[in-house]
Design a protein around this ligand. Structure first.
Ligand SMILES: Nc1ncnc2c1ncn2[C@@H]1O[C@H](COP(=O)(O)OP(=O)(O)OP(=O)(O)O)[C@@H](O)[C@H]1O
Ligand SMILES: Nc1ccn([C@H]2C[C@H](O)[C@@H](COP(=O)(O)O)O2)c(=O)n1
Length: 670
């Protein structure tokens, strides 16, 4: 996951390959609640691991459910409808799929068994309506207290007393703001069917009906057959009891699939994008996003648990669609619309306004930053095809779908953007709500425009702080890291192992071309042997310097270094990053510090690691190494003509980082 302040997406020109989707959020949290209410143990397979499921799991544990992980399966032992804790405070983040059903279930359990629970979330959760559900629970006789603004979380359910509920009354709930209110009641009210059936009637036109189908389907898996008349009246039979199905599988998230369906439709030019985990047999309503994508031109094939998507019509075709049945996935259509031949109008999307953010306003604002013409209304959005693209910084409003949808703007070159535009996604970690590895999945499928993956090159003499600076910059930018010196050092170690003389250029090059070198986190392996410690020894640095004078060795390591240039970007440090290996790097920094400072730093570094060292001999060695690196015939250590010079003798590490990030920012089009 990218925990950086922002993530710059270089322009991409095609996509191909396979993505395995994480589990559905809607199914995961419903299954967890049902398993938590049922008696016995339910083994849940392929559960989504994300912010929203984590708050539900924490809540269940707080309430007394037992959770046990077994590989990718989670064993949930439920409460069997009996409260084990009568008092708890639950923090539910921004997870509507946890807040609404837990409010209903705990209101009913607290009222009938005596208990009191407080439910709260992040600030945005306290702006998301829940009043219609609270009204329904109060009709039933459940005590519910507003702890903030009436009609919104935080709430207290229960008052520690026991109450007879009016289960004989028909419970009325509004269905036109969020279908989660009805879902919450359907999941919770089987708890109070002892005396007779419980009837729920929906006021207003029920939105997002497919989500109700998921709820009914999962209730059936847990032994509760709800009688449904249209989508207006729902009857829970007398004596309904949750029966664990034993084990249950969570299918891949159909809303998350929408980004990859769109990717295939836009950029699956020679090869398809294959999506695994969700297919035409999906029980999630958002699978019908596929029909909308097909209407725009996507060529889709599929089967149980899989889809393959290629570009069909191009440019895409603008559409007008009632999106009530696919409220979440429909956001993806708004970005696909930029690539269409005519305007796209998405109707009946009022629920977007009460989601993680006001998604109609957010979508319109962010698409306009890219140059698009967008019209928004109370419950619709119209997006015009985009001809004149602009690089943009996309604000994501702590909304995972804004981040994932807008990432698709990075295919702008396919719509003729000249020059192709970089898209900056702010707060990329917001995708953790449903798809923590989204950007890794995206990068594994897309092919950047040639030369578009940016490189930040840092060259300089020994112990100038290149590695330290490069590591910090890579972390803050979310970029890959190339410590090119490590390749020369590994070559030197391999030569030592193989008994190859350090002046035998051809033999060294033959070996360097076939180095079996693996970087795993901070550890480095050569031919399967860990070399993390010997790699960093001063003596190894000296041998690396000797190895690196041979043009053949440099040539042998060239392609390996170029291979590190992968999306979203690279920070590379060494001696010739800016001059030879990445001459087109948009920022080259030549980092220096006085020999005295460098010797002192290296001395401290070695002492801190528990090695013995002598500062005078360190200085002699590093000056000798500098001289060799500067004076060799090929790729000598020197600043590139267009390098920024940074003498950090008097700078802290943070000062240097800030300075380089400033230079980097000056080169961005934002
Ligand atoms: N600006 C700075 N101020 C103080 N210490 C620094 C600064 N930059 C780096 N250092 C320290 O100097 C030491 C050497 O830094 P580092 O290993 O990053 O250098 P390097 O240029 O990558 O060396 P080499 O070329 O040998 O790989 C480290 O202990 C690091 O913490
Ligand atoms: N791009 C590079 C990187 C390193 N070398 C050589 C010269 C150095 O003295 C030696 C070790 O590098 P370090 O790990 O200390 O950065 O490797 C090079 O020639 N070109």
């Amino acid at each position: 996951m990218y925990s950086t302040a922002f993530l710059d997406l270089p322009p991409f020109q095609s996509a191909a390959g396979t993505v395995r989707l994480p589990g559905s959020k809607s199914i995961s949290n419903r299954v967890l609640l049902l398993a938590g209410l049922a008696a016995g143990t339910t083994v849940v397979h392929d559960l989504l691991d994300s912010d929203d499921t984590r708050v539900m799991l924490t809540a269940l544990e707080t309430l007394g459910c037992t959770l046990r992980r077994d590989g990718s399966a989670l064993h949930v032992t439920g409460l069997g409808g009996q409260l084990q804790q009568r008092n708890a405070k639950l923090f539910l983040g921004n997870a509507g799929t946890a807040m609404r059903p837990l409010t209903a279930a705990l209101a009913v359990l607290a009222a009938t068994q005596g208990g009191q629970f407080e439910l709260s979330g992040v600030a945005r959760m306290h702006e998301r309506p829940i009043g219609d559900l609270v009204d329904a629970l109060r009709q039933l006789g459940c005590p519910v207290t507003d702890l903030g603004q009436p009609g919104f979380p935080p709430l207290r359910v229960g008052d520690s007393g026991q109450h007879a509920l009016h289960t004989e009354r028909t419970i009325r709930v509004r269905g036109d703001v969020s279908s989660q209110f009805l879902t919450a009641l359907l999941l919770a009210l089987p708890l109070v069917t002892e005396q007779g059936p419980v009837t729920i009637e929906v006021d207003g036109e029920l939105i997002s009906k497919p989500y109700i189908d998921i709820t009914l389907g999962l209730l059936a898996r847990f032994g509760i057959e709800v009688q449904r008349s249209d989508y207006q009246r729902f009857v829970l039979p007398q004596g309904s009891q949750y029966k664990s199905p034993g084990s249950i599988h969570v299918e891949g998230d159909a809303s998350s699939a929408s980004y990859f369906v769109a990717l295939g439709a836009l950029a699956g030019i020679d090869q398809p994008v294959r999506i695994e985990g969700v297919g035409f047999d999906a029980i999630q309503g958002d699978i019908r996003f596929v029909e909308a994508a097909q209407a725009m031109g996507a060529a889709v094939t599929g089967g149980p648990g899989w889809l393959e998507v290629r570009r069909g019509a191009w440019p895409l075709k603008g559409i007008t669609l009632d999106c009530n049945h696919i409220p979440d996935a429909a956001m993806t259509l708004a970005v696909m619309a930029l690539y269409a031949d005519s305007p796209t109008r998405l109707n009946n999307i009022a629920s977007w306004r009460v989601k993680e953010t006001d998604r109609i306003a957010a979508m319109a604002t962010e698409l306009r930053k890219l140059g698009a013409t967008v019209e928004e209304g109370a419950d619709y959005i119209v997006v015009q095809p985009l001809q004149h693209w602009q690089a943009a910084t996309i604000h994501t409003y702590d909304d995972h779908r804004m981040a994932m949808c807008l990432s698709l703007a990075s295919l702008n070159v396919l719509a003729g953007a000249q020059p192709p535009c970089t898209v900056r996604i702010e707060d990329p970690k917001c995708v953790a709500k449903t798809f923590p590895d989204y950007f890794d999945a995206l990068f594994s499928l897309v092919e950047p425009v040639a030369g578009a993956v940016p490189v930040l090159a840092i060259d300089g003499p020994t112990a100038s702080g290149k590695g330290t600076l490069a590591t910090e910059l890579a972390e803050r930018l979310g970029y890959h890291l190339l410590d090119s010196g490590a390749l020369y050092r590994a070559t030197a170690l391999a030569a030592k192992d193989a008994g190859i003389a350090l002046d035998d250029g051809p033999a060294l090059a033959a070996m360097a071309a076939n180095l079996d070198l693996r970087f795993t986190g901070h550890d480095v392996f050569l031919n399967g042997r860990e070399i993390t410690h010997p790699l960093r020894l001063e003596s190894t640095g000296g041998m690396a310097s000797q190895v690196s004078v041979h043009p053949e060795v440099r040539q042998a390591l060239h392609a390996l270094q170029l291979g590190f240039r992968r999306a979203p970007g690279l920070v590379a440090d060494g001696r010739d990053m800016g001059t030879v290996v990445f001459p087109d790097a948009p920022l080259k920094v030549f980092l220096t510090a006085s020999a005295e400072q460098r010797a002192a730093r290296r001395y401290r570094q070695l002492i801190e690691k528990g090695n013995s060292a002598n500062i005078d001999s360190l200085r002699i060695d590093l000056e000798a190494r500098d001289a060799r690196d500067k004076n060799r015939a090929v790729a000598p250590l020197k600043p590139a003509e267009d390098a920024e010079l940074l003498d950090n003798s008097q700078l802290s590490i943070e000062d240097s980082v800030v300075q380089v990030l400033n230079w980097w920012q000056q080169r961005q089009p934002f």
